[in-house]
Design a binder for this molecule. Structure first.
Ligand SMILES: C[S@@+](CC[C@H](N)C(=O)[O-])C[C@H]1O[C@@H](n2cnc3c(N)ncnc32)[C@H](O)[C@@H]1O
Length: 253
């Protein structure tokens, strides 16, 4: 038994995605026109983007769905602190089982909750009410990865894991969306995200690096950093698609 606390989780990140405050502000401004009455966030994590959307759409109510109860608890605490607890529900469970559509539906970094990218876009399309909007944030290849780069990324990484950005937009169109805005995370957003992701464990190691359990923590951060800096940095991109749904079903396509 040890009384050493474990490393904190995600306390250095505002979002669990390569997303700057500046881009989040622009996304939110775009997504709340037309004003949604209902906002749904699949794989919301601690719900920071959902809360910012509800702050910008004061008449709206929101739901965040995620399988990680501890992240949802952080979201609920933030909603209480910001006076929005009566307008947002955090629901623990798999996104794929959610059936209630909304005017604005968000899915950032959580396409795996539905299967592959095309499955996620189809699920997202079904979840958006006519005339509504969606935000889809997901990976794409900035350029074709080399076999050497793939071998240094995540286990079993394959060139088939992602489309390129044009392919990502094509999948959104095939799912029945019109792409209203296409953008991609910048190198700075990636550096901030990956550094913030590793920072909980790096700071813990500064304090507890001599503990027996530090060996595993050190190995996990070094493995992740190598995957990032020697594997996918500059190759794996992350796109943000602001998507529109026609008001009338007959206008689709
Ligand atoms: C990369 S994080 C993105 C979180 C959030 N969208 C954000 O941008 O901060 C992916 C999230 O998906 C959640 N997740 C994974 N599988 C899921 C599932 N089947 N249903 C709902 N959420 C899921 C994880 O718990 C995690 O919070």
């Amino acid at each position: 038994m040890t009384d050493t606390p474990p490393p904190s989780r995600y306390v250095w990140l505002d979002f669990n995605a390569p997303l700057s405050d500046a881009r989040a502000r622009r996304l939110v401004e775009r997504l709340v026109h037309p004003a949604p009455a209902t906002v749904l966030d699949f794989g919301c994590g601690w719900g920071e983007l959902l809360l910012r959307l509800l702050e910008a759409a004061p008449g709206a109510v929101g739901t965040g769905v995620d399988t990680d109860g501890s992240l949802l608890a952080r979201g609920h605490a933030a909603a209480v602190a910001r006076g929005m607890a009566d307008r947002v529900s955090f629901v623990e469970g798999p996104a794929a089982t959610w059936r209630e559509p909304a005017d604005l539906v968000v899915c950032v970094g959580a396409s795996h909750a539905f299967g592959d990218t095309a499955d996620a876009l189809r699920a997202l399309r079904r979840a958006v009410r006519p005339g509504g909007r969606a935000l889809f944030g997901d990976g794409f290849w900035e350029r074709p990865p080399t076999p050497g780069e793939l071998s240094r990324m995540w286990p079993k990484a394959s060139a088939d894991d992602y489309p390129d950005l044009a392919g990502l937009v094509d999948l959104a169109v095939a799912a029945g969306f019109r792409p209203l805005w296409v953008e991609a995370a910048s190198p700075d957003e990636w550096h901030d995200f990956e550094s913030g992701f590793l920072a909980d464990r790096e700071h813990w190691l500064l304090e507890h690096g001599d503990r027996p359990e530090a060996e595993q923590v050190r190995a996990s951060v070094e493995r992740h950093r190598a995957r990032w800096l020697r594997g996918y940095r500059g190759v794996w991109g992350f796109g943000y698609l602001t998507l529109g749904v026609p008001s009338a079903p007959s206008a689709a396509g």
